[in-house]
Ligand binder design. Structure first.
Ligand code: LIP
Length: 280
C-alpha cells in the first residue's frame, strides 16, 4: 500500500473512532436522562396505556415518554441521524447513522415495579452496530460497548464466562406474548431444562445479553425478539467475547437469537436448531 493510501486509511480510522466516541457520549446521555425519568417519574398508579400483539403485550405512558425524550434528544444533538424505536419512532436520516431504541426493555417488569428493566440504545452505520448502551437504573448499572473497543459495565471491563460443560450451563431465555408461540417455546425449554444446570427468565433481552457479557449467565436464547430488544446487547455480548447468532450460519434475528461463549454457543445453537426453537 502506498504511503498516501496508508495515510488515507489512518485518517479514515481516526474519523471513525471520533464518530464512535461522539455516538457513545450521546447514547450515554440519552439513556441516563431517560433512565432518570423512568426511575424517578414512575407514577404510583402506573397502568397500561395500550396493547400490541396481545392483551399482555403492553405499552405504558412511560414507554412513550421515554421514547419521546430520547428521540427529541437525538433530534437536537444528531439531527441528520435516522431513528427506529419500539413505540413507533421511525425515520430515515441523511448521516448514515441509525439509532435503534428500546425505551423500556422489560416493560412488564417496569409495569409491576420489578427492577429488571433497561433503556437500550444502539447506533448502527453501514450495516454495523458501532455503539451499544444498556442502562439499568434500578440495578445501578450502565453497560456499554463500542465496536472493536471492548465492553464495560461502568468502567469495569466485561468478559464472558469460560464455557462450562453443557450440563452445568445456566441459560437465560424469554417467551413471546402470543399463546400459540408460548406453547412451542414451552416444549423447547422442557427439552432443554434437564440437559443444563438451570434456566433463568429475566424479562429483558437487553439485560440478559449483558448478563452473558458479565458472566452472570452462561448463555441466552430467545425467539421473537425485535431489533430494538437485541441491537445494543448483542454488541455488548460480542465485545465481551461471546458469539451471537441465529440458526447455524445465520445472524441473530427475530427468528432466533443465541448468545454464549465459544464452546457453549455452538452446541446450544445446534441443539436449539434441532429442537425447532426457530419456528412456531
Ligand atoms: C421484552 C424482551 C424479553 C421478552 C419479552 C419482551 P419488551 O421486550 O426484552 O426478552 O421475553 O417478551 O419482548 O417488550 O419489554 O420491550
Amino acid at each position: 500500500m502506498t504511503d498516501p493510501a496508508r495515510q488515507d486509511q489512518r485518517q479514515d480510522h481516526q474519523r471513525q473512532d471520533q464518530l464512535k466516541a461522539e455516538l457513545l457520549a450521546v447514547a450515554l446521555e440519552a439513556a441516563d436522562r431517560a433512565g432518570d425519568l423512568l426511575r424517578d417519574g414512575r407514577p404510583a398508579d402506573l397502568g397500561v396505556a395500550a396493547t400490541k400483539s396481545s392483551a399482555v403485550d403492553v405499552v405504558t405512558e412511560m414507554d412513550l415518554a421515554s421514547e419521546k425524550l430520547i428521540t427529541d434528544f437525538f433530534a437536537e444533538r444528531r439531527p441528520g441521524d435516522g431513528v427506529l424505536g419500539e413505540e413507533g419512532a421511525n425515520h430515515e436520516g441523511t448521516s448514515g447513522v441509525q439509532w435503534v431504541i428500546d425505551p423500556i426493555d422489560g416493560t412488564v417488569n417496569y409495569l409491576y415495579g420489578r427492577p429488571d428493566w433497561a433503556v437500550s440504545i444502539a447506533a448502527r452505520k453501514d450495516g454495523e452496530t458501532f455503539v451499544g448502551v444498556v442502562h439499568a437504573p434500578v440495578r445501578g448499572e450502565t453497560f456499554r460497548a463500542v465496536l472493536g473497543q471492548g465492553a464495560y459495565v461502568g468502567d469495569t471491563p466485561l468478559r464472558v464466562r469460560t464455557a462450562p460443560p453443557f450440563e452445568q450451563a445456566l441459560v437465560g431465555t424469554g417467551f413471546g406474548y402470543i399463546a400459540e408461540r408460548r406453547v412451542r417455546q414451552a416444549e423447547v425449554v422442557a427439552q432443554l431444562l434437564p440437559r443444563v444446570r438451570d434456566i433463568r427468565r429475566g424479562g429483558s433481552a437487553a439485560i440478559d445479553l449483558c448478563d452473558v457479557a458479565a458472566g452472570r449467565l452462561d448463555a441466552y436464547y430467545e425467539r421473537g425478539l425485535n431489533p430494538w430488544d437485541f441491537a445494543a446487547g448483542d454488541l455488548i455480548a460480542r465485545e465481551a467475547g461471546a458469539r451471537t447468532g441465529g440458526r447455524p450460519g445465520e445472524p441473530l434475528s427475530g427468528e432466533l437469537t443465541v448468545a454464549g461463549p465459544p464452546g457453549l454457543f455452538e452446541p446450544l445453537q445446534s441443539l436449539l436448531d434441532g429442537l425447532g426453537a426457530w419456528h412456531d
